[in-house]
Design a protein around this ligand. Structure first.
Ligand code: NDP
Length: 280
């Protein structure tokens, strides 16, 4: 391997320390509420990790666990209660939601100034029009990693693989805001490998284990692997074939230990930002 490893665990730890230090000087505790509906085991792990990380930096954090049978109206009522609670600065409704609840209705019901996931259409619109707002945590984390890796962004050709509202689209907007020349590629793109080979910065967020092969990546590129895929044998791999790609790119994130730890750190950063914006 010749590539530099981008250590997300270390960058996230530094960011969390900075947030803890800033929180200690505030004179109040930013309030975060994570709402979980049902028993999805993966969501359970994510929610516990978020709550623990929030408490560690000194936030007033709590998880609201609702039964799988919760109706959309009941969840909307809970969101309305949290919107109105002055002690609450950040609200996160863990996805996926059970089938009887429309996720888009719930996302749109969260007060935009408390929307620490950055999924509300108002925040998505602010990001798309280059205005300040709350930004989705995973792509925000990727920007921190690119900065930590010393990537030269202005004018760089960036390719984002994937166009979801959670990762791909906001990722492309953040790279555009950082003056990259951005291409978004997806399942209907002709000749994905050729598009990816043009990238000086390649961000993969497809959810397909090891899809990006060594010959898809240009010599000297910076590669960020957002994918988290559990294989049948229990191994956790990204969307990038790590060893093949690391042999000739300049810098790469590992899975695990790359983008994953940044997502939670950026949730904390968004909660602190939301608290400061609300309380002055
Ligand atoms: P989605 O399934 O919502 O989106 C996947 C995107 O990849 C879609 O735009 C889809 O294209 C595209 N795609 C799928 N298959 C192909 C293919 N064969 N060729 C080209 N494009 C393809 O996933 P998410 O964006 O939510 O997540 C992506 C990955 O990132 C997952 O592995 C997820 O687990 C991981 N993730 C990691 C996080 C972290 O904290 N590290 C946080 C969030 C996600 P189309 O739109 O055309 O269907």
């Amino acid at each position: 391997m010749t590539a530099t490893l981008i250590d997300g665990k270390a960058v996230a730890a530094t960011l969390r320390q900075t947030i803890a230090a800033r929180t200690a000087g505030l004179g109040f505790r930013p309030g975060l509420r994570v709402v979980r509906v049902g028993e999805d085991p993966a969501s359970g792990v994510y929610v516990r990790n978020k709550d623990k990380a929030a408490k560690e930096v000194g936030f007033d954090s709590a998880t609201i666990a609702l039964p799988a049978s919760t109706t959309e109206a009941e969840l909307l009522a809970e969101v309305a209660r949290l919107n109105a609670d002055p002690a609450v600065d950040g609200i996160l409704v863990q996805l996926p939601l059970p089938p009887q609840i429309r996720a888009d209705r719930v996302i749109a019901a969260v007060a935009p100034e408390k929307d620490v996931d950055g999924f509300h259409p108002l925040n998505a619109g602010l990001l798309a029009s280059g205005q300040p707002g709350l930004t989705p945590c995973t792509p925000k984390g990727v920007m921190h990693l690119l900065k930590a890796a010393g990537a030269a962004l202005p004018g760089a050709r960036a390719v984002v693989l994937g166009r979801s509202n959670i990762v791909g689209r906001p990722m492309a907007q953040l790279l555009l805001a950082a003056d990259c020349t951005v291409t978004i590629v997806h399942s209907r793109t002709r000749d994905l490998p050729a598009e990816c080979r043009r990238a000086e910065i390649l961000v993969a967020a497809v959810g397909r284990p090891e899809m990006v092969r060594g010959d898809w990546v240009a010599e000297g590129a910076t590669v960020i692997d957002v994918g988290i895929n559990r294989l049948a044998d229990g191994r956790l791999v990204g969307d990038v074939a790590f060893a093949e790609v690391a042999a000739h790119c300049a810098a790469i994130t590992p899975v695990p230990g790359g983008v994953g730890p940044m997502t939670i750190a950026c949730l904390l950063e968004n909660t602190l930002d939301a608290a400061l914006a609300r309380r002055g």
